[in-house]
Design a protein around this ligand. Structure first.
Ligand SMILES: NC(=O)c1ccc[n+]([C@@H]2O[C@H](COP(=O)([O-])OP(=O)(O)OC[C@H]3O[C@@H](n4cnc5c(N)ncnc54)[C@H](O)[C@@H]3O)[C@@H](O)[C@H]2O)c1
Length: 337
């Protein structure tokens, strides 16, 4: 038995959501943690249940959360479920007394997110959100450099994301993707969102409207402003999923990410133009596997999820402000509490 597993019991959980992303979780992520056992699977759609059974051979597949938890006695659930069902599924799982790891975006409004985080707290349950971009190896390195003021006082920040990806181009890219970047802004700078001005590529009058990208001005507390471009059209080299960050301070320029598709590149350029590459150590487990590890450990009583729901509600507040700004054309304050 691997040294890190000594003393760890098995954690039984159910998986809710058997669509494309749920299939990926089942095939590529959940099997990587030997102390995690999925004992039941749930999807509201008969077609999705049949397709999942045909692909995986799983036999314990249910139509509802209640049936699955009742039949398996699992203590926890992971939910890569359709965005429109996030709030209802979270309520079902938490009311039933099970811990929950829910896919992003937690919800589309901060009030619902806060209410659900409060429900988990009252019931003493672990509730995490899969905001997996925090678990790219460059993320803690950049956060640490900023904490240590490696480029002095930060004056300007730009973030560019560009990929030709149908899952973003043919969706509401703010909901699908910008939530990751809002969350990374909070994580990297340790500041909260204050106001957002968002110009979507095509009109976004409701959350159901698709848009392939947007230009945004994001104001964080302490007077820091981020120019953020989210793009899935036009010819250009692909950025890595967390994007390309340029963070300019009084004593240097910190960059994270490089096109094409290099999420490990971190460097500091000094005022004289000398470039120093920063070492980026591997993480024990990369992105979703790392999120799952922390969640399962928290369920076992050690540590906390990488993105606790109560914290993630503040990232949701930024998404809510971006959607309001996209709809109204106005600079929109981010709700604080
Ligand atoms: N973290 C990431 O980087 C990342 C990447 C891709 C997708 N996602 C997220 O994963 C989730 C799932 O993505 P997807 O593309 O598979 O979604 P999807 O829209 O295809 O839906 C997944 C499944 O949820 C089922 N479902 C809907 N309502 C339900 C309910 N009330 N109870 C049970 N099942 C229900 C649907 O039948 C469907 O099979 C979304 O939240 C998405 O944002 C995250």
């Amino acid at each position: 038995m691997a040294a890190e597993l000594v003393g760890r019991g098995m954690t039984d959980l159910i998986q809710i959501g058997l669509g494309p992303w749920g299939l990926d979780w089942a095939a590529n992520i959940l099997p990587r943690l030997p102390d995690v056992q999925v004992t039941g699977w749930v999807d509201a759609s008969p077609e999705a249940r049949a397709a999942f059974t045909a692909k995986t051979g799983a036999d314990n597949v249910f139509a509802t959360v209640e049936e699955a938890l009742g039949a398996t006695g699992a203590v926890a659930a992971i939910a890569p479920v359709a965005i429109g069902a996030h709030a209802a599924v979270a309520r079902q799982v938490l009311e039933a007394g099970a811990h929950l790891l829910l896919e992003k975006p937690f919800t589309l409004d901060a009030a619902t997110a806060r209410e659900l985080a409060g429900l988990a707290e009252r019931k003493g349950l672990v509730f995490g959100i899969d905001q997996n971009y925090r678990i790219f190896p460059g993320a803690p390195v950049v956060r640490d450099l900023l904490e240590r003021r490696a480029v002095g006082a930060v004056r300007r920040v730009s973030l560019e994301w560009h990929r030709d990806h149908a899952g973003v181009r043919d969706a509401n890219s703010l909901i699908e993707l910008a939530i990751h970047h809002f969350d990374l802004m909070r994580y990297l700078f340790g500041r909260e969102g204050m106001a957002i001005t968002c110009v979507p590529v095509t009109p976004v009058r409701s959350a159901q409207d698709h848009t392939p990208g947007a230009s945004l001005i994001v104001e964080l507390d302490g007077g820091l402003t981020i120019d953020y471009v989210l793009s899935s059209q036009g010819v250009g080299p692909q950025t890595p999923w967390p994007g390309v960050w340029r963070i300019s301070g009084d004593e240097g320029l910190l960059t994270w990410g490089a096109a094409p598709d290099d999420h490990r590149a971190v460097s500091i350029t000094d005022a004289a133009g000398n470039v120093r590459a920063v070492e980026v150590p591997e993480l024990p487990l990369f992105e979703r596997a790392g999120v799952l590890r922390a969640f399962v450990d928290a369920v076992a009583g050690t540590g906390e999820p990488t993105s606790p729901a109560a914290d993630n509600a503040h990232s949701v507040a930024m998404l809510e402000a971006a959607l309001t700004s996209a709809r109204t054309g106005e600079r929109t304050k981010v709700e604080q509490w």
